[in-house]
Write a protein that binds this ligand. Structure first.
Ligand SMILES: *Cc1c(COP(=O)(O)O)cnc(C)c1O
Length: 391
């Protein structure tokens, strides 16, 4: 029973990928080395020719980065993982490796703002166009698929309104049309949702968020099968070079060790805060998949093992009331980052979604009174009291 295939997620998070050096260190070693030496000219030639597996140069592989990759692959249930310098470079590497000029992406409209800029401003220059659809409307996805569609792209739950997509239904649609289903699993992490087991082809991470969990490093990852990720995405990464540093990989793999515990605590705090806000007379609506009032609550119960640490809510009084609430806080951090032990509060309409036109914002459901909280690991009583100052 000591086989890695039998291990539960919590065990994999602590142990998977572990590779000790002959020093016998208990905690994983950091390898700050750019290159690796060979025993002979023939040995070097064998490595370069690919006849022998092993390290050549840290743009390609690094032992610390490899532990992180193997651990995250095990958690997501994927054959291969490629670590990247950021979440954005994970998305870029996936698109650059798997798409070409003339291809088409169908993407949820409710994705990370910078991903939209990458698709609209940069991928279009390479001849790759994107159509946007409603995350939760399957017929909208179906209608947007064209003969040259190669990829369906989404985040679930979405930011900031926490809408939940049916990954199994979308993976069936992707298979019917010979497209890849790519899921940015940043909000749930494998501790709460494993898209590959629901039929997705690729999972993307911004490791910057919950995988680190303590707001220290920028990083990302792509997980999937050994052909798509192990060969194709890795091939792009080792050539184009958006590689993760060994130090960051070490921080992230230490983050993974406490991931399951932290996600459970984030979920508990967020659930309590969501229920508290829903009962408050100054709040008109709360968006959190763990609430019975959430439009996709039943789907979230089926698809996720927890509801996550991010919630949003509308306050009465629009922008003025929302800004007043933010400015009255003393504990919450006013920052757009998420997935930290520290709770953060954001006004999407004037920050993360500030570049959208009024009409686009309305279409996205981002009202002037909307606030998003990434619920941290402080005692939830203190978070409630901090919000009560301005509510
Ligand atoms: C932050 C984020 C990204 C981008 O990740 P970086 O590490 O900042 O490059 C992508 N997707 C989602 C859902 C994010 O929250």
């Amino acid at each position: 029973m000591n086989d890695i295939d039998d291990w539960a997620l919590e065990t994999l998070a602590v142990r998977a990928g572990l590779a000790r050096t002959k020093e016998g260190e208990h905690s994983e070693a950091i390898f700050p080395t750019s290159s690796y030496v060979f025993e002979s000219a023939a040995h070097a030639a064998a490595r370069f020719a690919g006849d022998e597996a092993g390290n050549i140069y840290s743009r390609f592989t690094n032992p610390t980065v490899r532990i992180f990759e193997q651990r995250l692959a095990a958690l997501e249930g994927g054959e291969s993982c490629v670590a990247t310098a950021s979440g954005m470079s994970a998305i870029l590497s996936t698109c650059a490796a798997l798409l070409q000029a003339g291809d088409h992406i169908v993407s949820s409209r409710s994705i990370f703002g910078t991903t939209t800029v990458l698709f609209n401003k940069y991928l279009t220059r390479l001849g790759i166009d994107t159509s946007y659809v409603s995350l939760t409307d399957l017929s909208d996805w179906q209608q947007a698929i064209k003969p040259n569609t190669k990829m369906l792209f989404l985040e679930t739950p979405s930011n900031p309104l926490t809408e939940v997509a049916d990954i199994i239904a979308l993976s069936n649609l992707a298979k019917q049309h010979d497209c890849l289903l790519v899921v940015d699993n940043c909000f749930c992490t494998p501790a709460l949702q494993r898209p590959l087991t629901l039929g997705a082809d690729i999972v993307i991470h911004s490791a910057t968020k919950y995988l680190d969990g303590q707001g220290r490093c920028i990083g990302g990852a792509v997980v999937g099968n050994s052909k798509l990720v192990g060969e194709d995405v890795f091939g792009f990464l080792r050539t184009a070079g958006p590689t993760m540093s060994p130090f960051n990989a070490w921080v992230f793999l230490k983050g993974l060790e406490t991931l399951a515990l932290r996600m459970k605590a984030h979920c508990d705090n967020a659930q309590q805060l969501a229920e508290f806000l829903e009962a408050h007379p100054s709040v008109t609506k709360v968006y959190y998949p763990g609430l019975k009032s959430h439009a996709q609550h039943a789907l979230a119960v089926r698809q996720q093992s927890g509801f996550g640490g991010v919630l949003s809510f509308d306050v009465k009084g629009g922008k003025d009331a929302a800004w007043k609430l933010i400015d009255a806080t003393k504990l919450l951090s006013i920052t757009a980052n998420l997935g930290d032990t520290k709770s953060t509060i954001t006004h999407p309409a004037t920050t993360t979604h500030g570049r959208l036109s009024d009409e686009e914002r309305q279409q996205a459901g981002i009202g002037d009174g909307l606030l998003r909280i990434s619920v941290g690991l402080e005692n939830v009583k203190d978070i409630k009291n901090d919000l009560l100052r301005g509510l």
